[in-house]
Design a protein around this ligand. Structure first.
Ligand code: OXD
Ligand code: MN
Length: 666
C-alpha cells in the first residue's frame, strides 16, 4: 500500500496561512509530489484595491466581470481572491493545495490520477433543493392538478429566494479563497458557445471545472461585449470550522440550496461540493439556464450524448444525438466499441448537446463540455473499453474504492482485478470483501472526471465550432417490460410525443430510491429551466418549418427489457451498434419498417444479427403486450393530467389519444 498521505492535514488553517506556508515550504524544499514546481517569483501577487487577489489581477478583468467578483467578495468575505488562468502551473498549485487539505490523494498506479472521498452526506445531485426563481411560477413549471407535488421543477418566488440566499451567503467564504473561474461552454469562440464566470471557494471545483470546461484567460479574452452567466458557489463552511469535517470534505448539507435566477442570468449554489451541485457549467448552466436561452434564441439545450457512426463499407457517416435519463449508460453508448466489423463509432459528447439549425436547415450540435463526469460503477473493459483507456491519466475520481496496489475499484471491475489486491471501500472499510459486506465498495454514484480529449475515439470534428450535423435523435430509458428494443416515430410531432412520454427506472444519480418507474420526459425532468409545456411547444414549433428544415428522424430504444426470469433479453453495449445500423438504414430512407400501433418497428430480418454470441429472442424483444400498453397509456394520461395540466400542448394530447385508439387494436 503506498503512503496515504505525505502531507499533514490543515483543516483549521485559513487558506491564506496555508498559502504563505506553501510558498515558504516550496521555496525551501520543493513539493514531494509535484513533478514541476510552480514558478513562485510572481506568487503571491497583491492587487492594489482593498480586495486582494493573491493570484491574478482584479485590474485585468473586464469591468463587468470585476464588478461581479467584487460584489460577491464583499458579500462572502473570502480572505483572498484567485483569478484562474487555466495554466499548468495553476493546476499544480491547486492539486498541491488539495493534497495538503487531504481532499485529494494520488492513485499512484496511474499517471496524475487522484481520489477524493466526500462527506457521505454529499454524494449526489439534490433535486429537492434545486430551485428556479422567476416572477411568475408558471414561467418555471406547470401548476400540478389536485394539489399534487410538481415533479417538473421547484419554484421559489424572488423575495423568498433573496431571503434564502441572504441567510447563507454573507461571510460564507471567511478564511477561504474565492476562485474566479472564467469558463466557456463549447469551444472558445464558437458561435454556439456561451461564457460563464463561476466564483467558488472550493479548489476541488476548480480542478474539476478545468477538466469539464474550457477555462482560463483565453475565455476572458473572447468575452468582448457578450453577456455571461453568473455562477456563485460556496461549500458553506467558513473557517475556522465550528464542527469537524467528514473526510476533510467541506459541505453544509443541512443548508444546501441550488438556485437559478434565469431573469438575471444567474446561478447561486450553496452547501454542496458534489458534481452537478457544484460544477455549475454542467446541469445548472448547460441545461437549466441553457434550455431557457435555447428557447429564446430558437435552439436546443438537451440532456443528450452525441456520437458519429460510420459504415465502413459504404463510407456513409451520420451523427446521432440520444437522450437517456441519468445513469442509463449514455457514456457507454457515446463511446461504444461496435461489434459489427463494418462500423466505426466516434464520440462527440456523453451528456449534453447544444443544437441549432444552420442556414441550410441542418441541425448542428456541439458538446458544450470538455470532459466526462461519468458514473464509475459498471464501467469496465467489458462494458466500455474506451472509457477505461480515457481514465488512465489526468483523472479525478470521487467516491470510488481504492486498491492496495494504488489503483481504483468499483462494482463491475471484479473480473479485471489483479490477483491478491485488497480493496478499501469508499467509506474506508479496510480489506472490503463483497461476500462479507452489506454495502458496496464504491458509492453507486461515484464518478470519474476526465478530459474528453483523452478518449481514443473522439470524433475529429468534436471541437468544430460549427458543430456536427445531426440525422437522428434517439430517446431511451430503462424499461424492464413491454417496450421494444427499437422503434421509430411516425413523424416529428409523434417523435416529440415519444420524448414527452419517456419513463424509466430511477437510478442513483440523484437522491431517489432506485427501481421505481418514473416519468422522465426527454431525460430532462431534473433539468428543465422553464415550464415543460412551453418546452414541448418549442420542440413542436420546429415541426411547422418542415419545408425549410431537415428535421432529424426520431427513435425510441430500450436495451433493458428482461425475460420472465429477470434476465436481459438484449446483450447491449457494443451490440447496440446493430440498432444504430437499423437507425442508419432508416435515415437512408430504406423500406425496413412495419407500422405498428406504437410506431415503426424493424421489418423481420432488417436488424443485423450476424455473429451474435448467443441467439436473441426477437419475438420477446419486440412483442407489444396489449395490457402493458393500455397501462402505459393510462400512466401517461395520469402524468400529463396531474403534472402538465393546462400547459400540455393540444398536439401532444392528440398524439396520446391516437396512441390509445391504436393500442386498442393490439
Ligand atoms: C449526470 C446526471 O451527472 O445526469 O450526468 O446526473
Ligand atoms: Mn447527465
Amino acid at each position: 500500500m503506498p503512503e496515504r498521505n505525505e502531507i499533514e492535514s490543515c483543516d483549521h488553517h485559513s487558506d491564506h496561512e496555508f498559502r504563505e506556508e506553501f510558498s515558504t515550504r516550496l521555496l525551501k524544499e520543493g513539493s514531494p509530489t509535484l513533478v514541476k514546481r510552480p514558478r513562485l517569483q510572481s506568487y503571491p501577487k497583491r492587487d492594489s484595491s482593498h480586495l486582494r487577489a493573491i493570484y491574478g489581477e482584479l485590474d485585468g478583468l473586464p469591468a463587468k466581470v470585476r464588478h461581479y467578483v467584487e460584489e460577491n467578495a464583499r458579500l462572502c468575505k473570502p480572505d483572498t481572491i484567485h483569478i484562474c488562468d487555466g495554466s499548468e502551473r495553476e493546476n499544480e498549485l491547486i492539486t498541491y493545495m488539495l493534497q495538503k487539505d487531504n481532499i485529494l490523494r494520488r492513485l499512484p498506479k496511474y499517471d496524475n490520477c487522484w481520489l477524493a472521498r466526500t462527506d457521505p452526506a454529499d454524494v449526489a445531485r439534490v433535486e429537492r433543493l434545486t430551485y428556479i426563481t422567476t416572477e411568475l411560477q408558471r414561467d418555471t413549471m406547470p401548476t400540478p392538478k389536485y394539489g399534487a407535488k410538481s415533479q417538473l421543477g421547484n419554484w421559489m418566488a424572488p423575495e423568498d429566494m433573496d431571503n434564502e440566499l441572504n441567510m447563507r451567503f454573507p461571510d460564507c467564504m471567511k478564511g477561504r479563497t474565492m476562485f474566479v473561474i472564467p469558463f466557456s461552454m463549447g469551444p472558445v469562440g464558437s458561435p454556439l458557445s456561451k461564457i460563464g464566470i463561476q466564483l467558488t471557494d472550493s479548489a476541488y471545483v476548480v480542478a474539476s471545472m478545468r477538466v469539464m470546461t474550457r477555462m482560463g484567460q483565453n475565455v476572458l479574452q473572447s468575452l468582448g461585449e457578450k453577456d455571461f452567466v453568473k455562477a456563485l458557489h460556496s461549500v458553506g463552511k467558513p473557517l475556522p470550522l465550528t464542527s469537524p469535517l467528514h473526510n476533510n470534505w467541506p459541505c453544509n448539507p443541512k443548508n444546501t440550496i441550488i438556485a437559478h435566477m434565469p431573469e438575471k442570468n444567474e446561478i447561486c449554489s450553496y452547501g454542496s461540493g458534489y458534481g452537478g451541485n457544484s460544477l455549475l457549467g454542467k446541469k445548472c448552466f448547460a441545461l437549466r439556464i441553457g434550455s431557457i436561452l435555447a428557447r429564446n434564441e430558437r435552439w436546443f439545450a438537451e440532456h443528450m450524448l452525441i456520437l458519429g457512426i460510420e459504415n465502413l463499407d459504404t463510407g456513409v457517416k451520420k451523427y446521432v444525438a440520444a437522450a437517456f435519463p441519468s445513469a442509463c449508460g449514455k457514456t457507454n453508448l457515446a463511446m461504444m466499441k461496435p461489434t459489427l466489423p463494418n462500423y466505426k463509432v466516434t464520440c462527440v459528447g456523453d451528456d449534453i448537446a447544444w443544437m441549432r439549425f444552420d442556414s441550410q436547415g441542418r441541425l448542428r450540435a456541439i458538446n458544450p463540455e470538455a470532459g466526462f463526469f461519468g458514473v464509475a460503477p459498471g464501467t469496465s473493459y467489458k462494458t466500455n473499453p474506451h472509457a477505461m483507456d480515457t481514465i488512465k491519466k489526468n483523472t479525478i475520481f470521487t467516491n470510488v474504492a481504492e486498491t492496495s496496489d494504488g489503483g481504483y475499484f468499483w462494482e463491475g471491475l471484479e473480473d479485471e482485478m489483479e490477483p491478491g489486491v485488497k480493496i478499501r471501500s469508499w467509506l474506508g472499510d479496510e480489506d472490503w470483501k463483497k461476500e462479507e459486506s452489506d454495502r458496496p465498495a464504491a458509492h453507486p454514484n461515484s464518478r470519474f472526471c476526465t478530459p474528453a480529449s483523452q478518449c481514443p475515439i473522439m470524433d475529429p470534428a468534436w471541437e468544430d465550432p460549427e458543430g456536427v450535423p445531426i440525422d437522428a435523435i434517439i430517446f431511451g430509458g430503462r424499461r424492464p417490460e413491454g417496450v421494444p428494443l427499437v422503434y421509430e416515430s411516425f413523424n416529428w410531432q409523434h417523435g416529440v410525443f415519444l420524448g414527452a412520454a419517456m419513463r424509466s427506472e430511477s437510478t442513483a444519480a440523484a437522491e431517489h430510491k432506485a427501481k421505481q418507474i418514473m416519468n422522465d420526459p426527454f431525460a430532462m425532468r431534473p433539468f428543465f429551466g422553464y415550464n415543460f409545456g412551453d418546452y414541448l411547444s418549442h420542440w413542436l414549433s420546429f415541426g411547422k418549418q418542415s419545408e425549410e428544415l431537415q428535421l432529424p428522424k426520431i427513435f425510441h430504444v430500450n436495451w433493458f427489457r428482461k425475460d420472465s426470469n429477470g434476465k436481459f433479453l438484449w446483450p447491449g453495449f457494443g451490440e447496440n451498434c446493430r440498432v444504430l445500423d437499423w437507425v442508419l438504414q432508416r435515415c437512408n430512407g430504406e423500406d425496413v419498417f412495419v407500422d405498428t400501433p406504437i410506431g415503426r418497428l424493424p421489418k423481420y430480418d432488417s436488424l443485423n444479427l450476424q455473429g451474435l454470441d448467443k441467439p436473441v429472442d426477437l419475438d420477446a424483444l419486440f412483442h407489444l403486450p396489449r395490457e402493458f400498453w393500455e397501462n402505459e397509456v393510462n400512466a401517461v394520461y395520469k402524468y400529463f393530467d396531474e403534472q402538465v395540466n393546462e400547459d400540455l400542448p393540444k398536439e401532444i394530447m392528440a398524439e396520446l389519444k391516437a396512441l390509445e385508439a391504436r393500442v386498442g387494436a393490439l
